[in-house]
Design a protein around this ligand. Structure first.
Ligand SMILES: [Fe+2]
Length: 388
């Protein structure tokens, strides 16, 4: 993700570490300290360091070697006056005050490291020019596919202008030989228009001219389609702009600014329940699904959420967590706004991006097609710029 970067602000020197010539630095940050060698970083909160201070008499009982400090007694805003690497840079010296220093073995810190190679996530910022491209049939088709791949991989979506109206031709761009689009309870291809007659189960918002706020598609099935392509056959007379937000990036930013909200949304199962006249499906799972400390998939769909049924004491906490996540997603600075014109399309990752549209007038007509992640990546990866 383009604006997730390690935060680096060096305040100390290079050194030898454990007999090997490796650069090692220590940095002071607002509420934590960072140790850096050539390849790795380790972050420790100041409160953790004070809690685990090895100083006999201050933190450890001189006779029993037991800890004598209760972390509840440590001020949450504690910050050292000075930090430095000493004793051939095998130890970290922290000066808390005139009469209290801590001397940590780097081996102890390494074996207890809980914030290794941590990346900081900045607030999502969007630039439409990052995700847009104009199709030109005079250019090589491979270059067009490579450009789609780069944008999809980096930003989670690509907007292609002037690709044309041949839906089947566009489908071929993103499917490898022998693969097919993902059919849903609406059919193979959706004709998203208020006067829809071609799809099954069209008693849903997509087939009206109403505004639809940010959401992912098909969260009520166990394995939602990984990508969606929306092709514009006819734009609206008024309104109907689409907008998109990167839900993965927003979730990682939520983790930085409100870990409690992130924890609630990643661990609390909710019911996604699609109930139509002739179709019904339920999936139970968290809004943010994580895997290996990263966001694997977001399910976010206010119009298919079943009534919450949490314990009374937890209900307000859940609403607060949901609202906090939404406040990041609904910030216009976090959104790409796109007016699709006749012949344009947008392709986006349905696990990582939310999509929405404004209310509109006129016979606006978009076609919706779903793909599997594996099919799209298999097709596009060979056009990656470092391979052609
Ligand atoms: Fe949708």
């Amino acid at each position: 993700m383009n604006n997730i970067r390690p935060c680096l602000r060096l305040v100390q020197n290079s050194i030898f570490f454990q007999g090997q010539q490796r650069f090692l630095h220590v940095e002071k940050h607002k509420d934590y300290l960072r140790l850096i060698n050539k390849n790795d970083t380790m972050d420790f909160h100041y409160i953790w360091l004070r809690h685990n201070c090895p100083t006999i008499g201050k933190s450890i009982h001189p006779k029993t070697n037991e800890r004598i400090v209760d972390c509840a007694a440590i001020p949450p805003e504690i910050k050292p006056e000075h930090v430095e690497l000493v004793e051939n840079e095998k130890k970290l010296k922290i000066t808390w005050s005139k009469d209290h220093t801590s001397l940590f073995d780097l081996a102890f810190l390494t074996s207890n490291a809980y914030g290794k190679n941590r990346l900081e996530t900045k607030k999502p910022q969007t630039k439409i020019e990052d995700i847009e491209l104009i199709y030109d049939e005079k250019n090589q088709h491979e270059t067009y596919l490579a450009n789609c791949y780069e944008r999809l991989k980096k930003y989670g979506l690509v907007v292609v202008r002037q690709r044309g109206l041949d839906t089947e031709d566009i489908i071929k761009d993103f499917l490898p030989c022998g693969a097919s689009v993902v059919e849903t309870h609406f059919g193979r291809i959706e004709d998203l228009r208020p006067d829809n007659t071609t799809n099954q189960n069209n008693d849903q918002l997509g087939y009206t001219n109403s505004a639809i706020n940010l959401h992912t598609d098909q969260p009520f099935i166990a394995d939602p389609p990984g990508m969606q392509l929306l092709q514009c056959i006819r734009s609206a007379d008024k309104g109907g702009d689409n907008y998109f937000a990167n839900a993965r990036h927003a979730a990682l930013y939520l983790r930085e600014i409100d870990p409690n909200a992130y924890y609630i949304l990643t661990t609390t199962p909710v019911h996604f329940h699609r109930k139509q006249k002739e179709f019904q499906s339920i999936h139970i799972g968290p809004i943010i699904e994580i895997d290996n400390d990263d966001v694997k998939q977001v399910r976010h769909s206010y119009f298919t959420l079943a009534p919450f049924n949490f314990p009374f004491w937890f209900t307000t906490a859940y609403y607060n967590a949901y609202r906090k996540y939404a406040s990041i997603l609904y910030d216009p600075q976090s959104q790409y706004r796109v007016k699709l014109e006749r012949g344009d399309f947008v392709l986006y990752d349905n696990y990582k991006m939310l999509h929405a549209r404004e209310e509109f007038t006129g016979p606006r007509h978009l076609r919706g097609i779903y793909f599997r992640h594996t099919d799209v990546w298999n097709k596009l990866e060979k056009f990656s710029k470092d391979k052609i």
